[in-house]
Every structure is written in C-alpha cells, then in structure tokens.
Ligand binder design. Structure first.
Ligand SMILES: C[S@@+](CC[C@H](N)C(=O)[O-])C[C@H]1O[C@@H](n2cnc3c(N)ncnc32)[C@H](O)[C@@H]1O
Length: 215
C-alpha cells in the first residue's frame, strides 16, 4: 500500500515543473487570502501543503522580517520550492517534509513556541485526514493566532454543468470539497475555541476561512 508521501511524490514528480503556470488560472482566492492575512514582523507563519512555494515566496518578499515555514508530503515539490527560494536568495523560508496530521513545531521545525499563523492553500481538499489535521494545527497555533484555509467550495452559485465538470476533473487529482469541513469549523467556534469567518470567492467557486484561536 502506498502512503501519502509516495502518493504525493508520484503525482507531482513531473507536474512540479509546470505547476505554477497551470494552477495560476484556477486556484482562485490565493492572492485574496495573502492580502487579508494579518502578519507582523518577527512572527512564525506556517503553510501546510506548501507545494512549489508560490505563496511562501510572495509572503517572504512582502514581509522580509517575518519567518515563514513550509510543510509538504512531497519531497519532490519541496525540491522545486527550495530551488526557487535559492534562486531569489530568500533567507526567511524553511521547508520540511511531513504530513498535515502529524507535525509538531518543536520536533519538525525546532521552534520553542507554537506558530503565530498557519494556512492551507488548496491542500486540505487533498487530505482525507482533514479533521485530524485541523486538531494538529490548533495544537501548534499560539492563543490569538490565526488559522486560514483557501480551497475549492461547492460552486452552488455557478451553473450545474460547470459544477459537475469541475467535480469530476478534481476527482482525477484526488481533490474534493469536504462537506463536513465548514460545519466542523463552525462547531469549534460553538465550543468556544475560536472565532470563524467564512468568505465565498467567485460565486462559491472557492472559499476562504479565517479561524482565530481564542483559548
Ligand atoms: C494543490 S497543491 C497546493 C500547493 C500550494 N499550497 C499552492 O497554493 O500553490 C497541494 C499540496 O499539498 C500537499 N499535500 C497533500 N497531502 C498532504 C498531506 N497529507 N500533508 C502535507 N502535504 C500534503 C501536496 O504534496 C501538494 O504539494
């Protein structure tokens, strides 16, 4: 049986070379998320499923005095990311191989305190263990820290044929909108763990969530 590390490396072995160009047009909402993130100098910010490092590179240039970290199951994607980071001589990004549902700020990143912000950009839709991953994220986030997700939504405000074609296309890449995801986050808010904001993007093509951990 292949594990998540092998599965992601197999999927991205060749795709990683043209990943950023092809995804530019349909991973909507990524720049909107980057624009809304409230980031300060000296903070530690993690992207889970950072892929070729597209978001981290934009952020590291925008906030040169903030420390950025990337975690990904695919060492092949991280190799491409590291090459891009080195080519731009960015010193404030650290990448590590690992799984969304099994990481720790001390063990994987050698940090002495939890992250100030953690985000998923078009990665949670590939992670079957999304519920466990959210629990791990919250355990690795400081009180008052923010946890963001941008990903495919339910496309309910778009034509049915479009919704159908997109859903079938995404299935080929093991990508799906988890119906239980937003109710789960809302449940965490109800339990008093944090404050949730959900923003639909492009007629519910995608969504952005912002969850502020309050305890
Ligand atoms: C569609 S790409 C998105 C890359 C990047 N976040 C972006 O916005 O361009 C999804 C990434 O999630 C990673 N991934 C998938 N499952 C994962 C898991 N369980 N743990 C960590 N990373 C995972 C994949 O290897 C891939 O690099």
């Amino acid at each position: 049986m292949t594990n998540a590390f092998e599965q992601m490396n197999a999927m991205y072995r060749y795709q990683r070379y043209f990943y950023n160009i092809t995804r530019k047009y349909y991973l909507l909402g990524r720049d909107q998320l980057i624009a809304q993130m409230n980031i300060r100098a000296g903070e530690n910010i993690l992207e889970v499923g950072c892929g070729t490092g597209r978001n981290l590179i934009i952020l590291a240039k925008k906030y040169p005095h903030t420390n950025f970290f990337g975690l990904d199951a695919s060492s092949a994607m991280l190799k491409t990311a590291q090459d891009k980071i080195d080519a731009q001589n960015l010193k404030n990004i650290v990448l590590k191989t690992g799984l969304a549902d099994d990481f720790n700020y001390q063990k994987n990143f050698n940090l002495d305190k939890p992250f100030d912000g953690i985000f998923f950009s078009y990665s949670i839709s590939m992670i079957a263990a999304w519920k466990e991953s959210i629990a791990v994220v919250l355990a690795n986030l400081t009180r008052g820290g923010k946890f963001y997700i941008v990903d495919f939504y339910d496309q309910k405000d778009l034509p049915a044929w479009f919704r159908h074609v997109l859903k079938n296309w995404l299935k080929k890449f093991h990508v799906q909108f988890w119906n239980g995801l937003l109710p789960h986050l809302a449940g965490l808010e109800t339990q008093g763990l944090g404050k949730l904001k959900i923003t639909p993007v492009a007629r519910r093509y995608a969504f952005i969530t912002e969850f502020e951990k309050i305890i």
